[in-house]
Design a protein around this ligand. Structure first.
Ligand SMILES: NC(=O)c1ccc[n+]([C@@H]2O[C@H](COP(=O)([O-])OP(=O)(O)OC[C@H]3O[C@@H](n4cnc5c(N)ncnc54)[C@H](O)[C@@H]3O)[C@@H](O)[C@H]2O)c1
Length: 429
């Protein structure tokens, strides 16, 4: 049945936490360049992908569902450094000068609001552009005010909040995260051990009726209290951890091994990267958050309990090494030990020389645009259909995450079809 979707009228404010980061500045520059016709939005599903319709016609997704047009997007956000987006993009050193200069005027006027920050949650960072507020509840209230003020100042009809800031330290889920009442009590009593700054941003966004997207592996909205709050406020939440490079490869290769019934005895993944993200992840507590996110993928796809002979004993290791000379140009190596007929071993080596932010930028944009669509279609809570974009797809306790990229792609298309009341075509698409 066709869902009622409010049209994408007026302006959409995209408020990015970590506005001056590599992913944010690359996403913003590319979006501004695309709407001026200076660059193609390559890698963006919302802008470039097509789908077959019931009648056999192939259409662009953006012509099938009412997505916000890039011309109607306004950017803003927060960072712990005061640089405007142009200066921050120069520092991030992802894009060439000619690409930045082409939209310099627009980038320079996007300036970060002061951040909600706690050094204990990202020990390698020392920013000064920070709200002089210690108490978590007050932090959250100040962020709510920022969102409201931005909306008025920029004449926005809607706002979405995207976390593209540094990965926080690892914390396990605890009693304070289990219900909205418990979470609010912990925020009000300023329990800094269990309430991260990112939770303050997420709570503020949801309270203001704005979708919240978690691009890092932080626990943040991946807790029952936030699921409850987002449903109560009729707001979508999505995440977590952009699936940009090495994990993208894993979620393509692992389903191939499984479909062919080939066994796997080991999978060793290592990376070097030299951007600020790499520096933050060099701290063991911050790396732990990323490691948990990266490790969960292959077990879920292989289903070792169903196929013990093939995947009952996979040795899986993930390493990230901070190596400054590489900057944003990450290099990833995977060594996969597989076995075939009669148990004979084989090896596969993958060497991916990727550009981290070039891969992540369109994912960030797509997550925002699809969450804004979900908001207008009254789809609240976790948006599992957006698992396609995430390394560690959020799911409730009674659900299993889906990691296989091809099943995830199907989920995107089926959800979009359901929204407009279309059936799948009878042939493969
Ligand atoms: N690039 C990728 O391919 C990729 C993939 C998956 C996830 N991620 C995640 O996305 C995030 C951004 O990556 P990046 O390469 O742009 O990192 P980055 O270090 O360049 O940018 C992060 C920005 O966040 C800011 N920041 C940190 N804490 C903040 C806070 N509390 N409030 C406001 N701003 C804050 C930093 O000052 C910095 O400008 C990281 O968490 C990273 O792990 C990136």
């Amino acid at each position: 049945m066709k869902q009622e979707i409010k049209p994408a009228t007026g302006k959409l404010g995209i408020l990015v936490v970590g506005l001056g980061g590599a992913v944010s500045t690359t996403m913003i520059t590319g979006t501004l360049a695309a709407r001026k016709g200076l660059a193609k939005p390559i890698g963006s599903i919302s802008q470039m992908a097509t789908m077959k319709m019931e009648d056999g016609q192939e259409k662009l997704i953006k012509d099938i569902v009412p997505l916000t047009d890039l011309n109607n997007v306004v950017f803003g956000g927060w960072d712990i450094f005061p640089d405007n987006v142009f200066d921050a993009a120069v520092y991030a050193d992802v894009l060439k000068a000619k690409d930045l200069l082409a939209v310099k005027d627009e980038l320079e006027v996007i300036k970060p609001m002061t951040a909600a920050f706690d050094h204990n949650w990202a020990k390698r960072l020392n920013g000064t552009h920070v709200k002089p507020i210690e108490n978590r509840w007050d932090m959250m209230e100040a962020l709510r005010k920022d969102i409201r003020d931005f909306k008025v100042a920029n004449n926005c009809e809607r706002v979405a909040v995207l976390w593209a800031a540094s990965t926080e330290i690892y914390i396990p889920m605890s009693d304070e995260h289990m219900s909205l009442d418990a979470l609010e009590a912990a925020m009000k009593s300023d329990n800094k051990d269990v309430i991260s700054p990112s939770m303050c941003y997420a709570y503020a966004a949801i309270a203001e009726g704005a979708p919240f997207i978690m691009g890092a592996p932080n626990l943040c909205v991946d807790i029952p209290a936030m699921w409850e709050f987002s449903k109560k406020m009729d707001v979508p939440i999505a995440g977590k951890d952009f699936k940009s490079g090495q994990t993208l490869m894993k979620t393509v290769l692992a389903p191939m091994f499984k479909t062919r019934m080939l066994g796997v005895s080991g999978w060793f993944s290592t990376n070097i990267l030299g951007n600020r993200d790499g520096e933050v992840l060099d701290d063991p507590d911050n790396f732990k958050t990323k490691e948990v996110s990266k490790l969960s993928v292959i077990d879920n796809i292989f289903e070792p309990e169903k196929y013990p002979d093939l995947y009952g004993d996979v040795y899986h290791k993930v390493r990230i090494n901070y190596y400054p000379p590489r900057k944003d140009n990450k290099e990833a190596w995977d060594n996969i030990d597989i076995f075939g007929w009669m148990g004979y071993p084989m090896e596969i080596k993958v060497n991916f020389l990727c550009r981290d932010s070039i891969l992540a930028a369109p994912i960030a944009l797509d997550l925002v645009l699809f969450c804004d669509l979900a908001l207008r279609a009254h789809m609240s809570g976790i948006q599992t259909w957006l698992s396609f974009f995430c390394k560690s797809p959020m799911h409730e306790f009674n659900q299993e995450p889906v990691h296989d990229l091809f099943i995830q792609w199907r989920m995107v298309k089926e959800t979009l079809r359901n929204m407009i009341g279309e059936k799948s075509p009878s042939y493969l698409d």
